[in-house]
Design a protein around this ligand. Sequence first.
Ligand SMILES: [Ca+2]
Length: 183
Amino acid sequence: MKKKYLSIILCLSMIITLGSSGLVSTASTVLPGDELGGIRYELEDGKLIGNAQNVLNNTSIFNDFGGDGYVYLGETGDAVSLDIDVQESGNYEVYIVGGAVGNGRKCEKVYINDEPVWLTVPYEGDGVWNVCTIGSETYNGGIFDVSPVTGGHFFAKGKNTVKIDVFWGYASYDSIILVPIDK
Ligand SMILES: [Ca+2]
């Protein structure tokens, strides 16, 4: 009886050891956008709207991502809205880590505290993240593009909301990165 009890304890401690070693290996990954030195917020923590989907702990398309996964937005009506906690009020450059699925670049509407801007995601193959700038509508050689807003975007200390709303869709979104602009 006592022997059986001991083997259960041993079994449980092995499971705990395996679980914690798994966590350590994912935390050390260098991700696209880390070079900006900004503050990263994970889109999979946001509120999903329409048929938006969380893709969690799944490396079948993207083999790396921040946090627990990313959000896939398919068609019009799909959106993700993320409340972010900003420690210091001020102006920030905003980047969104996204990857188009299927051929062709994608473009979505983004709202920063209800201020509308645009986002374009270049297509460089399935499973490739791009660190995308957001901004106002512009055209480069007749192709829709965005021009970053001069001076960045103002964020108040505390709760702010960033929403990505499908315009073209069929794209995945991993993280939002805020880079403070020197005053
Ligand atoms: Ca993520």
